[in-house]
Design a protein around this ligand. Structure first.
Ligand SMILES: C[S@@+](CC[C@H](N)C(=O)[O-])C[C@H]1O[C@@H](n2cnc3c(N)ncnc32)[C@H](O)[C@@H]1O
Length: 264
């Protein structure tokens, strides 16, 4: 992996700066020390390039970067996306078989899993962020419900094929196209026959609103993409729409959204 950033200080001086400072300067402070020691630095005019000597660390460092990024976002006492459930999930929750077993993918601070547990579902949830899981556990405890939380990323989560009556995948647009296709395949496999997926995301138009969600267009959903990704399922509802939403400070304001409810 090569990281490039413009550095205003003269190159000679910057080359003498401690590696830890440089990593911090380039937003890589989440790296472990053994990875830090694998970095070489070379410079070109006022730009600095950091290159990992061992390319095999790239995938795992991307994951630790993602975990560090989300741990930082979830560090405060407040709930970034609020404690109320996502509106699309709340409006379509009756599609889940009553009292069934439900999985919340990348559940964050627990607003959706706790909502489902309060309705009597048996809920499993996972997320890459330990800060999110800690807050989700606290929210479940104060709400007097039980949710089984697992600290895991999408690839390392212990997916159980044919196990769930419902899956909630709400704003899981951290996934690039390759991860998304693995994640969607696992979601479909994990549903029992008759099980229902409720999914919410942003469309590319959201890049005009910038009121939440990723800035990378590859991560956003179109109707055609979702129809294609879940072609083997029976669509109950697929809606592209715009709405004013207030889901914490993280998702707030006019938003370009897409919602899907589909059954295996
Ligand atoms: C926009 S938040 C949505 C959280 C939650 N679904 C909600 O609606 O409140 C995206 C979540 O994905 C999690 N995440 C990011 N990358 C992940 C990965 N590779 N595997 C699992 N979770 C991930 C983040 O920690 C964060 O909680």
């Amino acid at each position: 992996m090569i990281m490039k950033a413009v550095f205003r200080a003269p190159t000679k001086r910057s080359a003498q700066l401690p590696i830890r400072y440089l990593l911090n300067r380039f937003g890589c402070e989440g790296r472990r020390v053994d990875r830090v020691q694998r970095l070489s630095i070379y410079s070109s005019s006022n730009a600095i390039f950091l290159r990992t000597l061992d390319q095999s660390v790239t995938a795992s460092s991307a994951l630790s970067d993602a975990a560090a990024h989300w741990n930082t976002r979830f560090a405060g006492d407040d709930f970034l996306f609020g404690t109320e459930p996502n509106h699309w999930l709340r409006n379509h929750v009756n599609a889940f078989p009553r009292g069934g077993r439900v999985l919340c993918v990348a559940d964050g601070e627990g607003r959706n899993s706790v909502f489902l547990a309060k309705l009597g579902f048996v809920v499993d949830a996972f997320d890459i962020s330990s800060a999110a899981i800690t807050k989700a556990r606290r929210l479940a405890a104060t709400s007097d419900v039980t949710v089984t939380y697992q600290l895991a990323d999408c690839d390392s989560f212990s997916w159980k094929p044919g196990s769930y009556d419902g899956v909630a995948a709400i704003f899981v647009q951290f996934a690039d196209p390759a991860l998304r296709s693995r994640m969607f395949a696992r979601i479909v496999e994990s549903l029992k026959p008759g099980g229902v997926l409720i999914l919410q995301g942003y469309t590319p138009k959201q890049l005009e609103y910038r009121t939440g969600g990723p800035s990378n267009i590859d991560h956003l959903y179109t109707e055609a993409m979702l129809r294609n990704a879940f072609a083997q399922l029976t669509n109950l509802e697929l809606k592209v729409y715009e709405s004013e939403i207030t889901e914490g400070t993280g998702h707030c304001g006019r938003s370009a959204l897409i919602g899907l409810v589909t059954r295996r």
